[in-house]
Design a protein around this ligand. Structure first.
Ligand code: NI
Length: 392
């Protein structure tokens, strides 16, 4: 089955929604107009609407029969970027822009909600999850902390993201780890300040920091299996202000990336152990603040196959890459996938109109992709929650 004809019939309307959202971008946890828009549409379609889940998050509920439940998720936030496009629907908000296509994701999920509310060709409950603040400020975690899956239990949950450079109508997914988890860290080394000419009177945090930066390189090379992917990068060292003063403290900062939470824990443990040991060797003290901001995005194998099969039913088998390469960027849908089995897929944003990468001031979501995403969301429901034939 190609794009659902009923979805194709309101392609123009979905395009108008998407462009309206594009013209009014809002940053994470500030999506007030956007969540009003989403809530109003869901109510119009006949969904039950729940607001303020994770601050500006919205959940629409559509129930038909007593079958299982499913979650479909889209993100709603924009980025602090000045739009460079000269479009009739360009951003009306200076310094803010839908440069990652979350306007398109929101419009596609609304399209699926409209279709499913009209056709109700399923048996069970659909939770339409409109998430705020995906861009690194904790929207998924905020929804989870507000009891997302306790209030709206889901047997499985699915998300998607557009991919510039991939033709419209194509999909890409992989089972297992697909996107990296990310952490930021600060290590504060406390020594004892003294005159630069009298090192014996102090404890030098600068020398300790230099030894520590070198020693931390051993975590990936000596502690992590060569078959795992991990990065530890020290990206800043701050210490001292004068030629003749050994300072009290030195701070090193950086980031770690892994495709597995246990690997991230190994890095954190290794960093704490190394920092404490190196500092002790110099008579200094080290405090480590290690913040895992994104979990790695790990697709459930069965749900990945299911999602790829549904995508192949909308496009064709040849249009679905079932073993795409891993992505070093992060995505906070990962936290929902830690709480519930599910999968996340990329859909083509085009290799012409959609050629600018996400987070670029010339990026624009490609409206030609809307019916593909909306049809995929809708068919996931119809396939996962099949309505049993009455005469069966
Ligand atoms: Ni994005």
């Amino acid at each position: 089955m190609p794009i659902l004809p009923r979805v194709a019939a309101f392609h123009d309307e979905m395009t108008a929604w998407r462009r309206d959202l594009h013209a009014h971008p809002e940053l994470g946890f500030e999506e007030h107009r956007t969540s009003d828009f989403v809530a109003r549409k869901l109510a119009e379609f006949g969904c039950e609407v729940h607001r303020n889940i994770g601050k500006t998050g919205v959940v629409g509920v559509l129930q038909t029969g007593n079958g299982p439940s499913i979650g479909l998720r889209a993100d709603m936030d924009a980025l602090p970027i000045q739009e460079a496009n000269d479009l009739p629907y360009r951003s009306k908000h200076d310094g803010r822009m839908h440069a990652c296509g979350h306007d398109g994701h929101t419009a596609m999920l609304l399209g699926a909600a409209r279709y499913l509310a009209e056709t109700r060709n399923f048996d069970g409950t659909v939770h339409f999850i409109f998430q705020p603040a995906e861009e690194g400020i904790g929207g998924a975690q905020a929804m989870l902390a507000d009891g997302l899956f306790q209030r709206f239990p889901c047997a499985s949950v699915f998300g998607m993201h557009n991919t510039p450079g991939m033709p419209v109508g194509k999909f890409a997914i992989r089972p297992g780890a697909m996107m990296a988890g990310g952490a930021f860290f600060d290590v504060v080394i406390r020594g004892r300040g003294t005159h630069g000419a009298r090192p014996e009177a102090g404890i030098d945090p600068v020398l300790t920091a230099c030894h520590l930066v070198t020693a931390l390189q051993a975590i990936v090379s000596r502690n992590i299996s060569p078959s795992d992917t991990a990065v530890v990068s020290i990206t800043a060292i701050e210490a001292g202000e004068a030629y003749n003063v050994i300072p009290e403290t030195a701070v090193i900062r950086g980031t770690a990336r892994t495709f597995d939470s246990s690997t991230m824990k190994q890095i954190e443990d290794g960093m704490r152990r190394t920092a404490a040991g190196i500092a002790a060797a110099h008579g200094a003290k080290a405090e480590v603040d290690f913040r895992a901001l994104f979990a790695p995005l790990v697709n459930n194998a069965d749900e990945t196959q299911f999602m790829a099969d549904v995508a192949a039913g909308i496009a064709s088998e040849a249009d679905v890459d079932r073993n795409r390469s891993i992505i070093m960027a992060s995505e906070d849908f990962s936290f929902m996938l830690e709480a519930c089995p599910g999968a996340y897929i990329n859909l083509g944003n085009g290799d012409d109109a959609g050629r600018y990468p996400v987070h670029n001031p010339n990026y624009d979501f490609n409206d030609a992709a809307l019916p593909y995403g909306a049809s995929l969301y809708a068919r996931l429901v119809e396939k996962k929650l099949p309505r049993l034939a009455k005469d069966a």
